[in-house]
Structure formats: structure tokens, C-alpha cells
Design a protein around this ligand. Structure first.
Ligand SMILES: Cc1cc2nc3c(=O)[nH]c(=O)nc-3n(C[C@H](O)[C@H](O)[C@H](O)COP(=O)(O)OP(=O)(O)OC[C@H]3O[C@@H](n4cnc5c(N)ncnc54)[C@H](O)[C@@H]3O)c2cc1C
Length: 387
């Protein structure tokens, strides 16, 4: 059988995959194929920043995963939204531009991963970024594909939040991605001209005319094709039919924290006993695959406010406000449609003995319900929740 062959096959067109496919295809002598299970990212729910609240609530452009019952959550299941569209979760996320703490990276190096120290990753962050907030300085870059800005139309309630933080001894910081993370500040967001700047928008859309870059959407990869123990391609379902692409050099897995280990296991790479239980022929026994996921828990504290002009959600008056705002966004790319909801950020210490902040706060300007048992994140107005 004849297969289309490329130098590189990148599986998963999310945050990681878009960057890798874009950077590899900068070299015109290399051919790159990017496979994405979801569709194109043209929807207004993706481009209009506030739309992400609807993508989670309606479950669109989303894998809509749920966890197994979690002992630490009294047996409850947790909703795990993940983007299923060009740009992956960067097309449905809250756009807050927050790097890890310096210590996160240094710890990775200390655990035996050379190249991941903060000093080594900082130039890469700077190269990626076009910082409208700070320009080029010790921590930020300009001219990179990923546009980072402040919100165009932040809610007035942010000021009240920042002042309240200060009254509690948490100072305002100019830049939580700078010298120190500690403090509170308006969110830096991955937006450009009042629109979402996803990894797809930053890294792929401007280069779709590269003759050496092939992007195939709706390509749900079923397994990595192996020649012995060497990855040589990917098999995917497209319009109900199986197809394959082959890689002369490498297959790069960028299916996300769930998609990548799942694909490895479907390809026979993972814990042998578990694969046998599922009837998957074992190619390589790798017990760590699909295990030890670390995630952070979000606790949602809901407060009502009379300041309706400062918040939004799904009540009748909220809908009128949103409809008006859609016109404003269409005409001027401003107004509450440019909101990322999580408009202010704060980093603080629950345990003062810690060497880095161990709590992150986000001020959300709509009520966020994230633990609905059947799973959806929901943004509603002023306490109009079902709880
Ligand atoms: C609701 C939400 C809000 C978030 N908010 C923020 C935020 O404000 N700030 C922040 O920094 N981070 C945020 N994140 C996290 C951030 O978006 C992710 O960390 C990041 O996108 C992960 O990148 P990734 O490339 O690993 O995976 P993803 O971006 O999820 O990309 C994986 C891609 O692989 C595709 N894929 C998976 N399996 C297959 C398969 N079998 N075949 C083909 N394609 C496949 C998926 O469809 C997806 O496009 C948020 C995430 C979510 C879900």
C-alpha cells in the first residue's frame, strides 16, 4: 500500500504540537504533517475570548473527559475538559499567561532532566513571546509568535480585588512572570487585538501556505505505526476510514497529558499486564505510561455582588448584556467579550516555610461552577446557580 510520507509526523495539534510543527517546518527542506483529531479553530466561540465559557459549558470542541472516582474527593469524579480542535486546549483555555515558578524548572533539572532549568527555559519563553505588557526586558521578549497583552476591557471589580489583597498583606506585583511570583496583579493574557491568541493562531495559521506543512484535521489517530520498536508513522480515522501517514525521521506525540499516554498504550507501549488485560499486544513494557498524573485542584468560592455592571453570566439581564457586547466586540474588539473571566491573579503562601508560592488565586468575574457531576464548567451571573 502507498502511504504519504513526511520527514516528521506530529500527532496532536494542541499547544505543544502547533509549536513543534511550526518550528520544524521553518526549514523548507523538511516536510511536516500535523494530525489533529478535532476540527479547524474558526468558530467565534474560540476566537472571541469569552466564548471559552460556552465551549466548556456546552462541551463543544472538547474531549469532555471525566476522572474515575477519586478517593481524595470522597469518591466523586472530576470533570477534565481538554480541547479537541486545532490549538487543542490553548483554543478553549482561560488564556492566562502564567509560567511555572523558577523552582519548578530547577527541580526538574535536579531530578535528572538536563536542559530544563529556569535559566535554560527563560530564553525559550522570551523567544516565544510578543509581550505587549512589558516589551523586551530581562524576562520578556518581543517579536515572538505568541502575543501576550493585558485585557482590553477589564472589569472594575478587579480593582476591588487587588485592593482587598493588599489590605490582607499581599502586595501588587508588576509582573508575576518576572523576578518574583509573589503578589497580585491583573492577568497577562494570550490575546491579540481583543482575540484569543491560541497556539494554532500564533504558530500554524500564519504558515498554512508553507508547501512543506500539511495539516490534517478530523484525523483521530488510533495508533503509532511501529517497525519493530521504531515509530514509523501514524494510523488515523478520517471520515470513518482508516488512513496512514509515514515518517522518514520521527513521529512526535503531542496529544496532551491524556492523549499521548493513551496512544502509546494503544500502540503496545505501556504497563504489560494492563495492556494484556485489554488484549493489546505488548511491544514495550513501560510501567510508568498512563500513571502518576499530577494535577492541581481548584476550589471555587462563590460570592454575590450587587455590582452587575462588573460581572456577567447566564441570566436574562446577563444575556442582554452579552448580546450588546457581541456587537461591541464585532465592531471594536473591546468590551466584556474580550474577558477571559479569570481577570486577576494572585500568588501567595499558605505555608510560609515553602520556598515558592503554594496557592494561586484567580478572580473570576462570573460565577464558575466546575464540579457538576455530569461534567461541565459553567459561568453564571450573580448567584443564579443550581446549588
Ligand atoms: C478549560 C481549560 C482552561 C485552561 N486555562 C489555562 C490558562 O488560563 N492558562 C494556561 O497557561 N493554561 C491553561 N490551561 C491548560 C493549557 O491549555 C494546557 O496545559 C495546554 O494546552 C496543554 O498543551 P498540550 O499540547 O500538552 O495539550 P493540548 O493543548 O490539550 O493538545 C493536545 C491535542 O492533541 C489532540 N489529540 C489528542 N489525542 C489525539 C489523537 N488520538 N489523535 C489526534 N489528535 C489527538 C487533541 O485534540 C488536542 O488538540 C487550561 C486548560 C483547560 C482545558
Amino acid at each position: 500500500m502507498q502511504y504519504q510520507e513526511f520527514d516528521y509526523v506530529v500527532v496532536g495539534g494542541g499547544a505543544g504540537g502547533c509549536v513543534v510543527a511550526s518550528r520544524l517546518s521553518e526549514d523548507p527542506s523538511l516536510s511536516v504533517c500535523l494530525l489533529e483529531a478535532g476540527g479547524p479553530d474558526s468558530s467565534a466561540f474560540i476566537q472571541a475570548p469569552l466564548g471559552f465559557a460556552a465551549t466548556a459549558a456546552l462541551g463543544i470542541h472538547n474531549w469532555n473527559f471525566n476522572t474515575t472516582p477519586q478517593p481524595g474527593l470522597n469518591g466523586r469524579c472530576g470533570f477534565q475538559p481538554r480541547g479537541k480542535v486545532m490549538g487543542g486546549s490553548s483554543s478553549v483555555n482561560a488564556m492566562v499567561y502564567t509560567r511555572g515558578n523558577r523552582l519548578d524548572y530547577d527541580n526538574w533539572t535536579a531530578q535528572g532532566n538536563p536542559g530544563w532549568s529556569y535559566e535554560e527555559v527563560l530564553p525559550i519563553f522570551k523567544r516565544a513571546e510578543n509581550s505587549e505588557c512589558f516589551g523586551a526586558d530581562a524576562y520578556h521578549g518581543v517579536g515572538g509568535p505568541l502575543n501576550v497583552s493585558y485585557l482590553r476591557s477589564p472589569s472594575p471589580i478587579n480593582q476591588a480585588f487587588l485592593e482587598a489583597c493588599e489590605k490582607q498583606g499581599l502586595p501588587q506585583t508588576k509582573d508575576y512572570n518576572g523576578a518574583s511570583q509573589f503578589g497580585c496583579a491583573p492577568a497577562q493574557v494570550t490575546q491579540k487585538n481583543g482575540e484569543r491568541c491560541s497556539a494554532a493562531k500564533a504558530y500554524i495559521t500564519p504558515h498554512l501556505d508553507r508547501p512543506n506543512l500539511t495539516v490534517i484535521t478530523q484525523a483521530h489517530t488510533q495508533r503509532i505505526v511501529l517497525d519493530g520498536k521504531r515509530a514509523v508513522g501514524a494510523e488515523f480515522l478520517l471520515n470513518g476510514k482508516y488512513a496512514q501517514v509515514r515518517a522518514r525521521r520521527e513521529v512526535i506525540l503531542s496529544g496532551g497529558a491524556f492523549g499521548s499516554p493513551q496512544l502509546l498504550m494503544l500502540s503496545g507501549i505501556g504497563p504489560a499486564a494492563h495492556l494484556k488485560e485489554l488484549g493489546i499486544p505488548v511491544v514495550q513494557d513501560l510501567p510508568g505510561v498512563g500513571k502518576n498524573l499530577h494535577d492541581h485542584v481548584t476550589a471555587v468560592l462563590i460570592y454575590r455582588t450587587q455590582r452587575k455592571e462588573s460581572t456577567f453570566g447566564l441570566s436574562l439581564s446577563g444575556l442582554v448584556q452579552i448580546v450588546r457586547s457581541i456587537f461591541e466586540w464585532r465592531n471594536k474588539r473591546s468590551g466584556i467579550v474580550t474577558s477571559n473571566v479569570a481577570e486577576s491573579q494572585a500568588f501567595l503562601f499558605a505555608d510560609k516555610a515553602e520556598s515558592a508560592p503554594d496557592i494561586q488565586l484567580a478572580l473570576c468575574t462570573g460565577i464558575v461552577v466546575t464540579d457538576r457531576r455530569n461534567g461541565a464548567t459553567d459561568v453564571r451571573r450573580n448567584g443564579a446557580t443550581n446549588r
